[in-house]
Write a protein that binds this ligand. Structure first.
Ligand code: BGP
Length: 461
């Protein structure tokens, strides 16, 4: 059996910086962050954690912390500055240097092809709502496989088709800042079509590795157990989980989901010939980003609306009403962070058991788990006991799930170092390593970094 992956994760836009270096083209996030629409926490990823220049230091530190894997994403516009067409040798060279560094320190690279940053040219022509984007993505993926396929054993196609489209087209806080679920379902369809197409191409190349998708997945629960609440759970499971996981693991859109959607929306973009692409694009593993549970209650009244707490004020509620489907509920007794995320590690156990029931044969990799917090560096030290407690709880429950038969192959903390948090800016920190943005992006390992180092040594999975 191959080794258990113990690592941490980042994404290109959130940590690289170097936004106009190395021949890189612009993405939707480059443009959005410089626009007036970026008003809640008006900062950019122009420099971010400066990983573009400091990857060697970061990967070395990760390896010294006993981590054997590093999850990062490729920036599409470093490789194809215009989104399609000419390949940038500078971009290829940059990622080869990153991969060389992983090799040098004995770290397994775990590469995501797409993590929210779509080339601006494609974004302007409709982004994921445009079917052509799925095929442009497959072409980009083929280039990545050609250049890096011999040295990367773990691939993820896209990061969080649910959460990305939820924010882009539901909450409307990510570009293109739309609140229209019909457009959400269409964009998600093309993301999943692109993902399946990539997987098929990867398999055709006969490379030695695993390819999957990264899906934010939730243990959907309720505070009351009756028929109406169970129906709300069922609906929310379709809305957040099965719309991505069934398609990726079983290779087809669930019929109950299609039946439900077709009552409300025009689905003519789902073409019959796509069925074969989905069938040929089944994942080798399911990547799970697990942060909190989703508590739901039955829909009662009101229009569909989705509100996010991006201010970190500790007050604003993450509320959601999906007309005719469900509403989000809240447990007043659980502890939450300032952004309203519940600190409830057992949720991962419930989620893993649910996934085992639904997809008994698919290996799971926890591709993200972490806690956003207003960390403080005092006298050169960051004592983030709250994070240690949270991560420790997650690992405890993952272990329990494994004992109960779940096939989990890896665990990645979000994030390797502090980085840009979409819309929330830089004050919401997740890293195992603190970045002093005021002092030349100096790296300071937090207490959680040392705790994780020890934990990896002690745990035998
Ligand atoms: C996931 C994303 C990451 C990361 C994380 C924390 O949804 O894959 O990119 O940002 O969540 O989210 P946030 O930064 O919004 O708190």
């Amino acid at each position: 059996m191959s080794k258990f992956l113990w690592g941490s994760a980042t994404s290109a836009y959130q940590c690289e910086g170097g936004w106009q270096e190395g021949g890189k083209g612009l993405s939707n996030w480059d443009v959005f962050c410089h626009s007036e629409e970026n008003s809640v926490n008006p900062v950019t990823g122009d420099v971010a954690s400066d990983v573009y220049h400091r990857y060697e230091e970061d990967i070395r530190m990760l390896a010294k912390g006993n981590q054997n894997a590093y999850r990062f994403s490729l920036c599409w516009t470093r490789i194809l500055p215009n989104g399609t067409g000419v390949v940038s040798q500078e971009g290829i060279d940059f990622y080869n240097r990153v991969l060389d560094t992983c090799e040098k320190y004995g770290v397994e690279p775990f590469v995501t092809l797409y993590h929210y940053d779509i080339p601006i040219s494609l974004f302007k022509s409709g982004g994921w709502e445009n079917r052509e984007t799925a095929f442009a993505f497959i072409e980009y993926a083929k280039i990545c496989f050609k250049y890096f396929g011999h040295r990367v054993k773990y691939w993820a196609t896209v990061n969080e088709p649910n959460y990305e489209t939820y924010c882009c087209y539901g909450r409307g806080n990510y570009p293109p800042n739309v609140q229209d679920l019909s457009r959400r379902w269409k964009a998600m369809y093309h993301l999943l079509l692109g993902s399946a197409g990539c997987i098929h191409e990867y398999k055709k190349m006969n490379l030695k590795g695993m390819i999957g998708i990264v899906s934010d997945s939730y243990s959907i629960e309720s505070l009351v157990d009756n028929e109406e609440y169970r129906e709300a759970i069922y609906n929310a499971d379709l809305f957040y989980n099965r719309c991505v996981n069934d398609v990726s693991v079983l290779g087809e859109y669930p019929q109950d989901f299609i039946d439900k959607l077709s009552k409300e929306y025009d689905l003519s973009y789902m073409l019959p010939e796509d069925k074969v692409i989905f069938k040929e694009g089944i994942v080798d593993y399911l990547g799970i980003n697990a942060y909190d549970r989703t508590l739901v209650k039955p829909y009662t009244t009101g229009e569909t609306c989705m509100i996010a707490n991006n201010t970190g004020d500790g007050v604003t509620k993450n509320s959601t009403i999906i007309k005719g489907w469900f509403e989000l509920d809240e447990d007043p007794n659980t502890i939450k962070n300032a952004w309203g995320c519940e600190l409830y590690p057992k949720s991962v156990y419930n989620l893993l058991l649910d996934l085992k029931d639904k997809y008994p044969k698919i290996p799971i990799i926890i591709t993200e788990n972490g806690l956003g917090y207003y960390d403080e560096c005092i006298d050169g030290k960051v004592n983030d006991q709250y994070r240690i407690e949270f991560l420790n709880g997650f690992i405890y429950w993952i272990k329990k799930a494994m004992e109960d038969g779940c096939d989990v192959r890896g665990y990645f903390v979000w994030s390797t170092m502090d980085l840009y948090s979409w819309i929330n800016g830089y004050k919401k920190r997740y890293g195992l390593v603190y970045i002093d943005y005021e002092d030349n992006n100096k790296r300071i390992p937090k207490e959680s970094y040392y705790w994780y180092k020890k934990k990896i040594k002690e745990e035998r999975f």
